[in-house]
Ligand binder design. Structure first.
Ligand code: HEM
Ligand code: MTE
Length: 456
């Protein structure tokens, strides 16, 4: 492989169809696989990686973890990625978004600046753990560039006039904890709510959710290290990001102190996502993971923790990520009257088939697959699916669930069900509803939970 030419990611990206040849990357290698496409045992699916990296797909389809596959791939090698592009940044000093990480093109953007994107639903449910490259990204501001060598986390206890600081190395020396947790944006599936009536917010499909293993230090350990205890009278733990808006204000959020101090609450200051340092888009070098709680409180690029009697004053805690009645509009809304969302309600989504797909009928049945999840550490106990508007319900198989019990069941459930259908039917409407271990049931439709901000 030495002596082969170097290519930029941009150049690889241009080779994404048979006319221009099909190139892919794997680690630092660049491959022209045009002649292999028709021989691929997995068929046309291979084209999903045209012009980009095969790595996230190989994490989803484990058959590729095989010497035989790497051997085939090497026979198509035409070069290497430019060294300076491995983990590269775009570099435009005049643009606040000039230092963004390079993203995998399979992420479907809802907005570019700031970058917000989700994974296509059919890929999302291929694996219990979502590969980092295809994990949804929800950024409100530009991604900060943080040097891990000089990074410091500040912890302030209000009214005590003292601030403790921790370097990344100091945090890594504290007892290590790993959890599997799903994170979901409050706006996940907002696109469905928009069909009822327009809302203000990014038009997310069902992919603003993902599941990863998170490794880091327990927030409760840090708080106890700096001398915070249950009976001190503090009520909230505030987090500030190192991402700033044009006025110099950082992203911020807070959680109730019980969640932060409760050992079973599993709130973490995470430095690894799926076994590697957290990627820049997801909060490098430290992000807060508050399992069971809306994505917005899982503050990325954490710079400061404030133990306080008050909630975070940030826009995102006070004037966003709150729920309202379907009859509240922008003239009548009063954000002070509604509590900030913390634990999210039960949800499920159908990811296969996709809306509008032509569906194969096998032995008189169609296959329906999706995910379900509930906030607050509740477990999914049932998913019911109907294709006849609720006359008959089919109970889905819960194929993949973590083994934890409530109130620490942080990860989603992947489910599937085969449903008999009338083969002459032209259109089918499929409904799914999940039930969690508190026996909360997913709402019937979006109509009666519609709200002006489009929160779940
Ligand atoms: C199966 C090679 C890219 C999806 C396979 C197999 C090989 C292979 C050798 C058969 C494995 C076995 O059963 O032992 C390759 C090579 C690729 C590539 C060399 C890149 C250059 C992809 C991509 C996808 C994909 C990007 C994305 C969806 C699949 C699937 C199967 C498969 C779904 C399983 C098919 C089945 O079980 O019937 N691939 N693959 N492959 N591949 Fe790929
Ligand atoms: N933290 C900071 N510092 N800045 C942000 O914009 N977005 C929040 C949260 N933490 C955000 C943040 C929101 S709204 C969500 S849904 C999650 O991060 C998304 O996490 P992800 O991009 O890793 O999927």
């Amino acid at each position: 492989k030495d002596g082969l030419p170097s290519f930029s990611l941009k150049e690889v990206g241009h080779h994404n169809s048979k006319d221009s040849n099909i190139w892919v990357t794997y680690k630092e290698g660049v491959y022209d696989i045009t002649d292999f496409v028709d021989k691929h045992p997995g068929g046309d699916q291979i084209l999903i990686a045209a012009g980009s990296s095969v790595e996230p797909f190989w994490l989803l389809y484990g058959v590729h973890e095989n010497k035989h596959v790497y051997k085939i791939l090497e026979t198509y090698r035409i070069g290497n990625l430019q060294k300076d592009e491995i983990g590269a940044l775009s570099d435009d000093m005049s643009d606040p978004y000039g230092k963004e990480p390079i993203r995998h093109p399979i992420l479907q953007p809802a907005s570019i600046k700031p970058f917000n994107a989700e994974c296509p639903p059919s890929l999302l449910i291929e694996n219990f753990i979502t590969p980092n490259e295809i994990f949804y990204v929800r950024n409100h501001l530009p991604v900060p560039v943080i040097d891990p060598a000089t990074y410091e986390l500040e912890v302030e206890i209000e009214g005590q006039n003292r601030t403790a600081t921790f370097t990344l190395n100091e945090l890594k020396k504290l007892p290590k904890c790993t959890i599997v947790a799903t994170i979901m944006c409050a706006g996940n599936r907002r696109g469905d709510m928009t069909k009822v009536k327009a809302v203000k917010g990014l038009n997310w499909g069902p992919g603003a959710v993902g599941t990863a293993t998170w490794t880091g230090v327990r927030l409760s350990d840090i708080l106890r290290t700096v001398g915070v205890n249950e009976d001190d009278g503090y009520k909230h733990v505030q987090f500030e990001g190192i991402d700033y808006d044009v006025t110099g204000k950082s992203y911020g959020a807070s959680i109730p102190i019980w969640k932060a101090l409760d050992k079973r609450g599993d709130a973490l200051l995470a430095y690894e996502m799926n076994g590697v340092p957290i990627p820049r888009d997801h909060g490098f070098p430290i992000r807060v993971i508050v399992p069971g709680v809306v994505g917005a409180r899982n503050v990325k690029w954490l710079g400061r923790i404030i133990v306080s009697e008050k909630e975070s004053e940030s826009h995102w805690q006070q004037n966003d990520y709150k729920g309202f009645s379907p009859s509240t509009d922008w003239d009548t809304v009063d954000f002070t009257k509604s509590p900030a969302i913390q634990e999210l309600p039960v949800i499920s989504a159908i990811c296969q088939p996709n809306e509008g797909d032509k569906v194969k009928v096998v032995d008189g049945c169609i296959l329906v697959r999706g995910y379900a999840w509930s906030g607050g550490g509740q477990k999914i106990v049932r998913v019911d699916v109907t294709v006849d508007a609720g006359k008959t319900w089919h109970v889905a198989n819960l194929d993949n669930q973590d083994t934890a019990e409530p109130p620490q069941h942080w990860a989603w459930t992947l489910w599937s069900v085969r449903i008999p259908v009338d083969e002459s039917a032209k259109n089918l409407e499929i409904w799914a509803k999940a039930v969690d271990s508190s026996y909360n049931t997913q709402p019937e439709s979006f109509e009666n939970i519609w709200n002006l901000r489009g929160c779940s």
